[in-house]
Design a protein around this ligand. Structure first.
Ligand SMILES: [Fe+2]
Length: 316
């Protein structure tokens, strides 16, 4: 069966992507930020997941204000980088995992989470910046990625509790998928920041650090934080942190915090990052023997299998 081996949370500040794309990562300002992800990249290389589920928010790139799904799951075979105003970021096309994504959609919808299935979608910095931070800048992303876009840009976003429970439903879905896949789930966004208005530039390190502490030790406490508290304590865009609770809900009640990084600022945002492992599952790098020598499933084969299992979405 498939299983979630770990969760990763990371800010997805667009200026981080611009620093990578414009080769400014060695400048002192940016080196302070990127140096905090060197250990993380080593961890991810060892973890070597088969699939990554990336919980992020779209910033009016794929969805305009005309249509704003609360939870939108990317079930396509690939997701091109979005044009965010300066052209698409020069990053690889994100390859999806339609078979697992459709399985998750079916499972969570039957568990009464009415997510939106998206079969065509571009992905912006909300998704690609965390991929860079954890995977570096390869020619191809090292594993398929299932995007889960969450509305945190227009009121009302989902509650932290709803996000946490969706994480649990995603875990159940993953664990009922028959193929032996090792999955890492990302929660992205945050931490405290406010982009506009009289409080623009707001940072609340105490709130952020307490959030990181409780993400590991007492996530249920975080699920009780109301929207207004996020806005008051962490700024208008601090609400992005509810997405971290989807990641956390998909993990064991007790997890091992293997890495944490926090720095201020990147652009006008507090950058937070944490890696949590499900210790009861396979440790990073210890791929189950049963999976060794397993026939590599290509994207084409996955799509073909997926379409044969889901005739309603056959194309052509
Ligand atoms: Fe964002």
């Amino acid at each position: 069966m498939a299983r979630i081996i770990a969760g990763v949370s990371s800010s997805h500040v667009p200026a981080i992507g611009a620093a990578i794309d414009n080769k400014r990562t060695e400048e002192p300002y940016w080196k302070r930020v990127f140096s905090g992800f060197e250990t993380s990249k080593e961890w991810m290389a060892k973890a070597n997941p088969d699939v990554a589920i990336v919980v992020y928010n779209d910033h009016a790139s794929a969805f305009s204000v005309e249509i704003i799904p609360t939870f939108a799951l990317g079930c396509a075979a690939e997701f091109p980088p979005a044009d965010e105003g300066w052209g698409p970021r020069p990053v690889p096309v994100v390859k999806g995992h339609p078979e697992l994504a459709s399985h998750i959609a079916q499972s969570v919808i039957l568990d009464e989470f009415d997510i939106t299935v998206v079969n065509k979608m571009e992905v912006d910095h909300g998704l690609t910046v965390p991929l860079n931070l954890l995977f570096g800048s390869p020619k191809e992303w090292p594993c398929p990625v299932i995007p889960l876009a969450v509305n945190v840009v227009m009121y009302p976003p989902p509650t932290g509790h709803r996000c946490f429970m969706l994480g649990k439903a995603i875990r159940k879905a993953v664990e009922s998928f028959p193929e032996d896949l090792r999955v890492v789930i990302f929660g992205t966004g945050g931490m405290s920041h406010q982009i506009s208005g009289p409080r623009a530039g707001l940072i609340n390190s105490n709130f952020d650090k307490a959030f990181l502490d409780n993400l590991t030790k007492d996530p249920k406490k975080l699920t009780r934080i109301p929207h207004l508290e996020y806005m008051r304590e962490a700024g208008a865009e601090g609400i992005e942190m509810v997405m971290w609770l989807i990641m956390r809900g998909a993990l064991d009640d007790k997890v091992e915090e293997v890495y944490r990084f926090y720095t201020v600022p990147a652009s006008n945002t507090a950058v937070g990052h944490i890696i949590l492992e499900n210790r009861g599952r396979a440790a990073p790098g210890k791929r189950a023997a049963a999976t060794k020598g397993r026939r590599k499933i290509t994207s084409k084969r996955r799509v073909a299998a997926h379409r044969s299992n889901h005739p309603a979405i056959r194309r052509g």
